[in-house]
Design a protein around this ligand. Structure first.
Ligand code: SF4
Length: 513
């Protein structure tokens, strides 16, 4: 059984981080049961920092591991269905699907069998261990909680055509970070796994076995041309590919519609979407959630790619009881909770590349805002310690990119402030302020959010949509205007302790020494 170190961690491939060893446990589709949940809580308690982090691929990460996880423990985890049965493929990216697969009343198809089928397939074929660890696959069943906007190498998105369900194929082509591209191929549900196997086989056929670096699928698609790549795929299939253009097929944007209480497609059953502040759960909360899942539900917990969690299959009469029990665990399911869409990467406590303590800053910002304003819809605020933006690759309402500068021989942490997301070459969105020290950030965001609530065209307009209606200069005026609402004075650039000559040199993304 392998327990080596690797750049992409898995259960059997630990990675060294600033705060100790990091172990990542693949949870295909993000679905786990109460027994697995308790086993991971035990690992976090006995070997790690006593907590786990849900990642943006709905994996679980145990951090701060200082005592070795021995092979008996790893074997036990395998026996209860955690980690791949084939350790050689355990580092390959988790398979993504909607956290409401099979329970969403609106979905076109239950994608759980696809997840299981692909997971079984990669475990059964050792040659697939040669795939890039970042070879990522996503199945979207066409329901309310869409995952098709997440960045994956390969996405299957369900569509309804003339009363029949098909899956459209999207591939990651073009620039790094570009949204998945519709390659105009329509598949029947039975054809999905066959084309996946063929896509993987063509990748392996073009792999340079003399090179240590494995390219992303996107790089191969770009080099060969995706049409040529698909021709090679088609040669491996027992059926011809059906090509169909679809002008109105749009990838929906995630709207955090999984937080709160929702009816399932199963009569009288509900699921509860729970806010996990920055995706973190301590081991006591994990044990408590496992108990609740067993006592009130079907023993199932579902992790989301937005780093939250669902308890499912709760009979209607128990929903209030479960909510009360969640409150005792320090958890809640309110869509207006500012932490519901708050995202931060590891920050400088866990990653050497980070310019700032993103997690601490994000929680401190949330605590400040909670006492000063009430949201009526989630606002996605994304803290990133460097330009890699590990925690979130997609658009956010507000993005904060860490920067540290030296002032009078001390390091001052601050952020570039971006709004409205952006296209793939505007990774963080449009820059609103070049640099704001962290102490000025909470009142600035308070002013921005209060202005948005007053000035938006309707309650359905997101913060990103609101900012996209204005030029940056207009936004600065709006957010700085005392008339726009707040009692708090907004910091202006001229008040900030920055030296423009220093900032470009301090941009993060490089390893700090
Ligand atoms: S975004 Fe940068 S700083 Fe944050 S975890 Fe990733 S590499 Fe580290």
């Amino acid at each position: 059984m392998s327990s080596g170190f690797a750049t992409c961690p898995g259960l059997f491939y630990s990675t060294s981080a600033e705060d100790g060893i990091l172990s990542r446990i693949r949870i295909p589709g993000g679905i786990l049961d109460s027994i697995q949940c308790r086993a991971i809580a035990d690992i976090a308690d006995h070997h790690g920092g006593g907590y786990v982090d849900v990642t943006n691929r709905a994996n679980l990460q145990v951090r701060e591991i200082h005592t070795k996880i021995n092979s008996q423990v790893l074997k036990h985890l395998q026996d209860i269905g955690l980690g791949s049965s084939n350790t050689a493929v355990d580092h390959i990216r988790n398979i993504m699907t909607s956290p409401t697969a099979g329970i969403d009343p609106q979905e076109l198809i239950d994608t759980r069998p696809f997840v299981q089928g692909w997971d079984d397939f990669i475990a059964a074929y050792p040659a697939l261990s040669e795939l890039s660890a970042k070879f990522s696959v996503c199945f979207d069943g066409g329901g309310t909680v869409s995952v098709s906007d997440r960045l994956n190498d390969i996405t299957f998105a369900a569509v309804l055509i003339d009363g029949s369900v098909y899956l459209r194929l999207y591939l990651s082509v073009g620039a790094k970070g570009a949204p998945p591209s519709d390659v105009e191929i329509l598949l029947s549900p039975e054809q999905c796994l066959q084309i996946l196997a063929a896509l993987a086989d063509v990748y392996l056929a073009h792999l340079d076995t003399t090179s240590k670096r494995k390219p992303r699928l996107r790089e191969l698609l770009n080099t060969l041309g995706y049409e040529n790549y698909l021709q090679e795929v088609e040669q491996r299939l027992p059926f011809p590919l059906v090509r169909m253009r679809c002008e109105e097929c749009q990838i929906p944007t995630a709207k955090y519609q999984h937080i709160g209480i929702y009816p399932q497609r199963q009569q009288d059953l509900f699921y509860i979407g729970i806010v996990l502040p920055l995706g973190r759960l301590d081991s006591t909360q994990m044990q408590g959630l496992a108990d609740l899942a067993e006592k009130y539900g079907s023993g199932t917990l579902r992790l989301t790619p937005w780093q939250n969690l669902l308890l499912t299959d709760i009979p209607q009469q128990w929903v209030i009881d479960v909510q009360n029990q969640l409150a005792l665990l320090g958890l809640d399911s309110s869509i207006t909770n500012i932490k519901s869409a708050l995202v931060a990467c590891s920050g400088n406590k866990g990653c050497a590349a980070s310019a700032t303590d993103t997690k601490r800053h994000a929680l401190s910002l949330a605590e400040y805002l909670e006492t000063r304003l009430t949201l009526d819809r989630p606002i996605n605020i994304h803290f990133s310690g460097c330009i890699k933006s590990c925690a979130q690759h997609t658009k956010s309402d507000i993005a904060l990119l860490g920067v540290s500068i030296e002032v009078d021989n001390r390091t001052v942490e601050g952020y570039h402030v971006y709004v409205g997301g952006g296209d793939y070459n505007q990774k963080f969105g449009r820059e609103l302020y070049q640099y704001v020290t962290f102490d000025k950030l909470p009142p600035l965001l308070e002013q921005m959010l209060k202005t948005y609530k007053i000035q938006r065209t309707n309650p359905g307009e997101s913060f990103g949509e609101f900012t996209n209606r204005y030029a940056i200069a207009q936004l600065k005026q709006l957010f700085a205007s005392p008339d726009s609402n707040s009692q708090t004075e907004c910091p202006t650039i001229s008040e900030m302790p920055m030296k423009s000559t220093v900032i470009p040199l301090q941009l993060s993304g490089q390893k700090r020494t």
